[in-house]
Design a protein around this ligand. Structure first.
Ligand code: GLY
Length: 313
């Protein structure tokens, strides 16, 4: 294999039943966005850019696309407000940065990287994170930048369902009806370094101040050059309780598994222990790509070892 093709990249745009994507045009739009993000990431990696740079740039791209639940287009909480979480990790030295419950930040993943590189901390939340953004000179966006018609409608539907759910159990059908949107990217660069990035608006109608798995190192995001890079999408509470990203990394470290075996084992663990809803993308230390999910579908795509782009639900 050409040395310059020895890189891999994966991205995802959320998991769930995705039965709302009945319109072919909408499906094409999702897949096009996944493809163009991968094309852009490919250029970075082919030119010798780091896995960290590729993961951050791809995540930023997806945050900028309002069809995904991260950055512009984030879902709304119980107060009709956007509160976003993001986390990033560098497999070279396990350095990591994360932000939670931030608003008005167009690219929370970039703020997470600043926490990693410009502060002595791993995670900043709420007002503290906003103050740090100001200190770093991050430009803010007005509230209306983040809002879309679809998200307002989704919140109205969720409020309605919440009332119904007070009287009825949350059936399998109900939970599958929801799209667990989050975006994420994992990369393996020409130097063999791994990195992971995950960003989200969280869950529709969530309580104010609720933080999901995306910024929690080891739950929604993890990278270690000795094992793999993982980004998760799904119902965050399930992923936090199972520490799913670190669990997958541990399968590789302790059981000498590859990406596919560790993903299978991780998804089995997620289902068995907490009936977890969602999925993961994984690249291992040899550049092998793998994905797994317990929902009916997950929007994702990959380039394995410099090969063709694959994008699918
Ligand atoms: N996985 C996104 C969240 O639960 O917030």
């Amino acid at each position: 294999m050409d040395k310059n093709n020895n890189y891999s990249l994966m991205v995802h745009g959320g998991a769930g039943a995705l039965d709302n994507i009945k319109d072919d045009k909408v499906a094409v739009r999702y897949l096009e966005s996944i493809r163009s993000t991968l094309e852009y990431g490919r250029e970075i990696l082919e030119q010798g850019g780091s896995a960290l740079q590729a993961a951050e740039t791809c995540a930023s791209f997806l945050e900028d696309d309002p069809i995904f639940n991260a950055g512009c287009g984030s879902v709304l909480n119980e107060n009709g407000k956007v509160e976003m979480d993001a986390g990033i990790m560098d497999g070279r030295d396990l350095s990591a940065g994360a932000v939670a419950a931030v608003d008005n930040i167009p690219n929370p993943i970039q703020l997470a990287r600043l926490v990693m590189t410009e502060s002595e901390h791993v995670m900043l939340i709420g007002d503290g994170a906003m103050r740090f953004a100001d200190h770093c000179g991050v430009e803010l966006a007005p509230e209306n930048y983040f809002y879309t018609e679809d998200r307002i409608e989704q919140l109205n539907q969720a409020r309605l369902k919440h009332k119904i759910m007070l009287d009825h159990d949350d059936t399998e059908e109900d939970s599958e009806d929801q799209k667990y949107g989050t975006i994420g990217a994992v990369a393996w660069d020409l130097e063999g370094n791994l990195a992971a990035a995950t960003s989200t608006g969280g869950i529709v109608n969530k309580r104010m101040g609720r933080v999901g798995d995306s910024p929690i190192i080891g739950a929604g995001v993890y990278a270690d050059n000795e094992t793999c890079a993982v980004s998760a999408t799904g119902y965050g509470e399930d992923f936090m309780r199972s520490v799913i990203s670190k669990t997958i990394s541990d399968f590789i470290f302790m059981k000498d598994m590859d990406a596919e075996q560790a993903t299978l084992a991780g998804i089995e663990y997620l289902s068995r222990k907490v009936k977890g809803r969602g999925g993961v993308i994984v690249i291992d230390k040899d550049g092998k790509c793998s994905s797994g999910y317990t929902t009916r579908k997950m929007i994702h795509g990959w380039i394995e070892r410099g090969g063709d782009i694959v994008a699918k639900f």
